[in-house]
Design a protein around this ligand. Structure first.
Ligand SMILES: *Cc1c(COP(=O)(O)O)cnc(C)c1O
Length: 393
């Protein structure tokens, strides 16, 4: 399908779904075949060495998985895309593809807990130099990038206080230093933000979250410049963190309603953020759509919507969080985010469970913080649920 011909809502439905399918099936089939058979040895050879298009073995490529990869490629305005068993597989494969001993990576302190663990524990063990900057401090990022680096890794909005990084500005600094720019776009989704359009080289998704949207399948996606995606793909072919056909089908199916879901979640999250902001028992609300949010202006310049994630501080600390959360009826108290059903939890058991209490404190994550992933329920029902919970405090 040609790029930029249709709106995101249309691409979410059609991209990757337009090839002729087995016996005329009008929906992408789940091709649970490990290997693909040939009757002509010459053709088999040509596909094997990449001279002709086709499938050989599902650790490398698979028709159902390829349909999903095409969908994210079109939605992110990318040249190419590849996929992984989980979001962390996408992140770790990308980092290990480009970061060898002696290389330097610049990132921020507020990345997803698992990513943070990569930077703090795993990469230094492979003699990769890691510099993590204060997330809102663009001057520090520019200074560290200018010192020389190979890869700049960003995430915006971040977990759990929704900090915003100016992608265009940092990508410009990275280009001067000759570094590639990787952006985790999980929170925004391609409906709200396209990092590749404003200077990023690669964009990563935990497809487990908003893309799938139903909390019933895991996956990771990487999209961007063809030559870079090729290198990440070749590393994944060998280390084997491949996505299977079943979850690929579930994620592509979920993505057909991505625009509908994200539009609703954008609207509801803003309504809920405004409600909480004016509530006497809430001391702070973090949502990039609020004018009071520190990153609001940058968010407005690079996002089309502010997303379905917000967090807020209950005045009184963790004791009240323990009382408040179980009293909510319309949320799952669980890890993960981005599903049709609302979900909430404290960062110390969700996004930042990998970190120690001291590391969380250093990141400025207050003990009374609640992270709330807004689902697609009726917003008045969600407001009513929050209200009855807060009344009990
Ligand atoms: C969940 C998440 C990941 C990791 O994805 P998995 O599919 O759980 O491996 C990475 N980045 C962000 C922002 C996430 O929310």
């Amino acid at each position: 399908m040609e790029q930029k011909k249709f709106s995101k809502a249309t691409d979410a439905v059609w991209a990757g779904e337009d090839s002729p399918f087995f016996k005329g099936a009008a929906t992408t089939p789940i091709v649970n075949s490990v290997a693909f058979a040939y009757t002509d040895l010459e053709e088999w050879y040509d596909v094997s060495v990449g001279k002709a298009e086709g499938f050989i073995y599902s650790r490398n490529t698979n028709p159902t998985v390829a349909a999903l990869e095409e969908k994210i490629r079109v939605l992110e305005n990318a040249e190419a895309a590849t996929s992984f068993a989980t979001g962390m597989a996408a992140i770790s494969n990308t980092l290990f593809t480009f970061l060898k001993p002696g290389k330097r990576v610049v990132s921020v302190k507020d990345t997803y807990g698992g990513t943070s663990k990569m930077f703090l524990d795993f990469l230094p063990a492979y003699q990769v130099e890691v510099k993590l900057c204060e997330t809102g401090n663009h001057e520090e990022l520019e200074r560290e990038i200018a010192k020389g680096c190979d890869l700049v890794y960003l995430e915006t909005p971040t977990n759990p206080t929704l900090k915003i990084i100016d992608i265009k500005r940092i990508a410009a600094a990275a280009r001067k230093a000759g570094a590639i720019v990787v952006v985790d776009n999980t929170f925004a989704t391609p409906i709200n933000q396209n990092p590749l359009d404003i200077g990023a080289d690669l964009v990563i998704h935990s497809a487990t979250k908003f893309l799938n949207g139903h909390s019933d399948a895991m996956g990771g996606l990487v999209a961007g410049k063809k030559e870079l995606v090729r290198q990440v793909f070749q590393f994944r072919e060998i280390n084997g963190a491949s996505l299977q056909a079943d979850p690929a089908y579930m994620i592509a199916r979920g993505m057909k309603t991505l625009d509908l879901r994200i539009s609703r979640q954008n609207d509801s999250a803003l309504t809920i953020a405004r409600y909480l902001k004016s509530h006497p028992k809430i001391s702070n609300v973090f949502y990039p759509g609020l004018e009071s949010h520190i990153g609001h202006e940058i968010a407005r310049s690079q996002m089309r919507g502010f997303g379905g994630m917000l967090s807020f501080v209950i005045d009184g600390g963790y004791g009240l969080v323990e009382k408040f959360l179980p009293s909510l009826k319309l949320v799952h108290l669980a890890a993960s985010l981005g599903s049709v059903s609302s979900l909430a939890g404290p960062p110390r058991t969700t996004s930042h469970v990998e970190l120690t209490a001291e590391q969380r404190a250093l990141l400025g994550i207050p003990e009374g913080l609640v992270r709330y992933s807004v689902g697609i329920e009726n917003v008045d029902d969600l407001l009513g649920d929050l209200e009855q919970g807060l009344e009990k405090l």
